[in-house]
Design a protein around this ligand. Structure first.
Ligand code: UD1
Ligand code: CA
Length: 454
């Protein structure tokens, strides 16, 4: 059975009070609509049709890399009208899953269940029972069978007591959509074409309406304003944290955990509070992440300990590395096993070999550093001449004294030593010592200037 996903995303989102279209507002670092598209891809939809209206250019540009059919709904005349405008491109066979671009957390399993119950009948709805159902379309049942969806504004006092609501997620046979949607009218309290009116049409055709409820309520929560966005962010983060904890991760406080992307983990990973993980990250067994770290698109091998407030972007860390606090790894930083990187050390586009150390205040940019080499405190690779970047190559077992400026391009050999405070501008041969500093001048019995009395 071929499945089309139809995403309603034409709404303005006035209550966000933003110049950004609502469906581009981020949840867990990804636009709301992006979450829905990811889920559509997971269920292997044959095609994805997105209905856009407000901020259409921006929305289309944000997803230019995705295989999506865009359909414009120039005027927002209601949810039924929105789906109706897709009819010229909607397949005649198969089913459509109708989703909202501002309901980002619906899970693949819920959609799969919905498709399963709907294919037998031709139409199915995700419903939810709420303590406070104010504002939602109510599910009217007789003998437990769905008879109608009545919008809050159209509902009688008695109907408003109903706790079961329409989440706005449906699975409908495409043949039926082609038949029903042209027949919708806007004869109701809001003067809108209601998609929900297809329920009455199904009943008139003798079709029973299937329904399921989501496993978790947050899956069907919509976002209308920034208060709801922040609340859903926390619910989504709690859900992600729980899944990781079930995989064996020790998250010290799930309410202070943020994953904006995907994290692959080994066992007994420990994550302290206020850590932000972005993009695609991998942490091996027993990796420990200290408080306040921000880690993006980085892989960290087993046994590595990251001290607090370290920031990594597109870095690769080997096993048993010790790093931080306050370390910064920029794109292309590759640390081999057992490397030590200490506080206020920045590494960019550089490889650091097995067991090498840069423990205090250093900048290693465009460098290749061998094994068991020690980089003294305050050392800088001067990789930029104002126009071009140059490489610094340091061999194995080298000892770079403190506060060195290594003026690239430069090569420092295996076993070489450089003296503290040197500006190294020429290559240093294997096993030799190089230093560059003015001779010390000493004056005996020196008298310091005296403060002048006024
Ligand atoms: C709709 C349902 C209601 C349900 C609720 C769940 C109808 C008539 N009512 O109500 O039963 O309880 O969702 O949240 O369907 N949209 C368009 N074009 C339009 C109108 C809406 O693309 O012309 C999009 C919106 O951007 C949004 C979604 O459709 O993503 C739902 O629209 P919204 O106005 O929020 O629906 P409700 O009136 O709340
Ligand atoms: Ca509405």
């Amino acid at each position: 059975m071929s499945t089309t996903v139809v995403i309603l995303a034409a709404g303005k989102g006035t209550r966000m009070r933003s110049s950004l279209p609502k469906v581009l507002q981020p949840l867990a670092g990804r636009p709301l609509l992006g979450h829905v598209i990811e889920t559509a891809k997971k269920i292997k939809a044959n095609n994805i049709i997105t209905i856009f209206g407000h901020g259409g250019d921006l929305v289309q540009r944000a997803f230019a890399h995705e295989n999506i059919q865009w359909v414009e709904q120039a005027e927002q005349l209601g949810t039924g009208h929105a789906v109706k405008v897709t009819l010229p491109v909607l397949p005649k066979q198969g089913v459509s899953l109708i989703l909202s671009g501002d309901v980002p957390c619906v899970q693949q399993s819920t959609l799969q269940n919905l498709v399963d119950v709907s294919t037998q009948t031709g139409i199915g709805i995700v419903t939810l029972t709420l303590d406070d159902s104010t504002g939602y379309g109510r599910i009217v049942r007789v003998d437990n069978k769905i008879q109608a969806i009545v919008e809050h504004k159209d509902a009688s006092d008695e109907q408003r007591q109903i706790k079961e609501i329409n989440t706005g997620i449906y699975c409908v046979s495409n043949a039926k959509l082609h038949e029903w949607l042209p027949k919708l009218s806007n004869n109701n309290a809001q003067g809108e074409y209601y998609l929900t009116d297809i329920v009455a049409m199904a009943l008139a055709d003798g079709i029973e309406i299937a329904s399921i409820q989501p496993e978790l309520a947050f899956e069907v929560e919509g976002v209308n304003d920034r208060v709801q966005l922040a609340a859903l962010e926390r619910e989504f983060q709690a859900y992600q944290a729980k899944k990781l904890m079930q995989q064996g991760v020790h998250i010290i406080d799930p309410s202070r955990f943020d994953l904006r992307g995907e994290l692959t983990v080994g066992q007994d990973v420990r994550i302290d509070i206020n850590v932000i993980i972005e993009g695609h990250c991998t942490f091996g067994d027993n990796v420990e992440i200290g408080a306040g770290c921000v880690i993006k698109d980085t892989s960290i091998a087993a046994g590595t300990v990251v001290q607090p407030y370290s920031i990594f972007d597109k870095a690769v860390l080997g096993e048993a590395v010790q790093i931080g606090p306050f370390a910064r790894l920029r794109p292309g930083a590759k640390l081999d096993n057992e490397v030590h990187i200490g506080n206020f050390v920045e590494v960019k586009n550089s490889t650091v070999g097995l067991g090498s150390k840069a423990n205090h205040f250093a900048y290693l940019g465009d460098a290749e550093i061998g094994v068991s080499t020690n980089i003294g405190a305050g050392t800088i690779t001067c990789n930029y001449d104002g126009a071009n970047k140059h490489k610094t190559i340091i061999g194995d077992n080298a000892f770079i004294g403190t506060n060195n400026s290594l003026v690239a391009p430069i090569k420092i050999g295996h076993g070489a030593t450089t003296g503290a405070g040197s500006v190294i501008t020429h290559d240093v041969a294997d096993n030799s010592l190089a230093f560059e500093r003015a001779k010390q001048v000493s004056k005996e019995n020196y008298q310091r200037p005296q403060k002048v009395k006024k």
